[in-house]
Ligand binder design. Structure first.
Ligand code: NAD
Ligand code: UGA
Length: 454
């Protein structure tokens, strides 16, 4: 088969690489309107950092995996078209700040009808509001060439930093389709791609609307767990309880489960916030204001947690951060990615600058993105990938991203290089507090008692 993916981003790029790797007899092409992105996919420096990705791409590129800007040709030749374009939160007009901006999806659909010369299966890979397939089908069938398109929903559940592992060994693959014979055939063709390496019992088929909604709900439930734990971390700090102890024991209940209960400075990433806000918008649209308010609280707690982290720093450092140098350890929204979209580091850096602190950002993979995110603060923020340079003369370290490298540093050397009293605010509960306290630091973890020398 000729498989096309429109959108060469964090999802399209890695997902198609794994499909090409596992299906050597299919020809997989990934196209994008952004020529720099395509050039990067064809270069030695891929546009995204993802462990294991380079190896997979190198194995398949120019064998049965092609990255191209030739969208018309890609569409003409394709049997199956995955649509993996961005679906950000709308910033204008009706639903601004909550609804999904579907312009890129609709433009893609219009390109498909412009260039298609035969019937095709169109797969929704992007995360979309429930019932988008209906609109997509209407746009596609407005063609005057008498072409027919089967819409299939196949949302992606990969997480950044573990994308290749998640794609190669998914918990489940979800495929939604129409219950007509043609719809079932289309679902079977898409399922056939995954059956090459995914066990049949993990390939789940549903109707289109369940599939579209399941993706939003899965992200909402994951984000809700993080906000639930973060809200309790605030209560732990007031009461002397330890959030890691609380979640470790609560998570031992098999009904609760141990994963995704780690307190932190708040969830980031391009999707949790936008998908919950989309869910909120849909609930409001369908006349369910109580349900909308319930889910919106997940986002409120997330904003609160980042703001609370900075307030705690301010209170601990004698209520003034003015002219103090703060080393931000990490800017990516999580470890093992260079992605900074919606990273809590952005809000935290801005709030520290509002307090007139001097901020030095240190991250092994995310400095280019950090510079873009804080572009308007140029002159007020410094950037380095060397943690030892970042802490030179610093009053405090604020650990934002759970990069393993931050755990393995020589903290005695770091302590010697810092102003005294020296502070560490561990926004991920990553570091060994007792050891750092022993070195001389005033150590502030999240959701557990501080270890100070005052
Ligand atoms: P991204 O912004 O990294 O990539 C989207 C790409 O689509 C961009 O390169 C853009 O240039 C391209 N594009 C936009 N309009 C186009 C058009 N008309 N024709 C051709 N190319 C076009 O986004 P992403 O992170 O890959 O996310 C894509 C979708 O997948 C979103 O709906 C997102 O919610 C969903 N998703 C993302 C993740 C993730 O981890 N990032 C995981 C699961 C699902
Ligand atoms: C998330 C989901 O995990 C994926 O299943 C989904 O496909 C993807 O969103 C998407 O739709 O985009 P991702 O955002 O890449 O993946 O990364 P996660 O591992 O989910 O982490 C999200 C954020 O939550 C990070 O900032 C992380 O640090 C934070 N987090 C996660 C916590 O603070 N505590 C936890 O216990 C887990």
């Amino acid at each position: 088969m000729n498989i096309l993916c429109i959108g060469a981003g964090y999802v399209g790029g890695p997902t198609m690489a794994v499909i090409a790797d596992r299906c050597p007899d299919h020809r997989v092409t990934v196209v994008d309107i952004n020529p720099e992105r395509i050039a990067a996919w064809n270069s030695d420096t891929l546009p995204i950092y993802e462990p294991g990705l380079d190896e997979v791409v190198l194995r398949c590129r120019n064998r049965n995996l092609f990255y191209s800007t030739d969208i018309p040709r890609g569409i003409k030749e394709a049997d199956v078209i995955f649509v993996s374009v961005n679906t950000p939160t709308k910033t204008f007009g009706a639903g601004a700040g909550k609804a999904a901006d579907l312009q890129y999806l609709e433009k893609t659909a219009r390109s498909i009808i412009e260039y298609a010369e035969s019937d095709k299966i169109v797969v929704e890979k992007s995360t979309l509001p429930v019932r988008t397939a209906q609109a997509l089908s209407r746009v596609l069938h407005s063609n005057s060439k008498n072409l027919h398109f089967q819409i299939v929903s196949n949302p992606e559940f990969l997480a950044e930093g573990t994308a290749i592992r998640d794609l190669e060994n998914p918990d489940r693959v979800l495929i939604g389709g129409m219950s007509s014979p043609e719809g079932e055939r289309a679902v079977d063709i898409v399922a056939g791609i995954y059956r090459r390496w995914v066990a049949p019992e993990k390939i789940i088929t549903t109707n289109l609307w369940s599939s579209e909604l399941t993706k939003l709900v899965s992200n909402a439930l994951l984000a809700q767990r993080v906000s639930s734990v973060n809200s309790i971390s605030a209560l732990c700090e007031k009461t002397g309880a330890d959030i890691d102890q609380v979640t470790a024991v609560a998570g031992r209940d098999s009904r609760i489960g141990a994963k995704f209960l780690k307190a932190g400075v708040g969830f980031g990433g391009s999707c949790f916030k936008k998908d919950i806000l989309n869910l909120v918008y849909l609930c409001e649209f369908y006349g369910l204001p109580e349900v909308a308010a319930y889910w919106e609280q997940v986002v409120h707690i997330n904003d609160y947690q980042a703001a609370r982290f900075v307030r705690n720093m301010l209170a601990a450092m004698f209520n003034t951060l003015a002219e103090k140098k703060i080393a931000l350890f990490g800017f990516a929204f999580k470890a093992d990615t260079g992605d900074t979209r919606e990273s809590p580091a952005i809000a935290i850096a801005r709030q520290l600058i509002d307090e007139h602190a001097r901020v030095t950002v240190c991250d092994p993979k995310a400095l280019d993105n950090a510079r873009k995110d804080l572009r308007d603060l140029s002159g007020k923020v410094e950037y380095t990938s060397d943690p030892y340079a970042a802490v030179e003369g610093a009053h405090a370290i604020a650990l934002i991203t759970d990069w393993k490298l931050f755990r393995d540093l020589d903290y005695a050397r770091i302590y010697a290089a810092m102003e005294k009293p020296a502070f560490i605010f561990d926004g991920r509960n990553l570091l060994d507090g007792a050891k750092l306290h022993g070195i001389g630091f005033n150590f502030y973890p999240l959701g557990k008692p501080a270890l100070t020398h005052f």
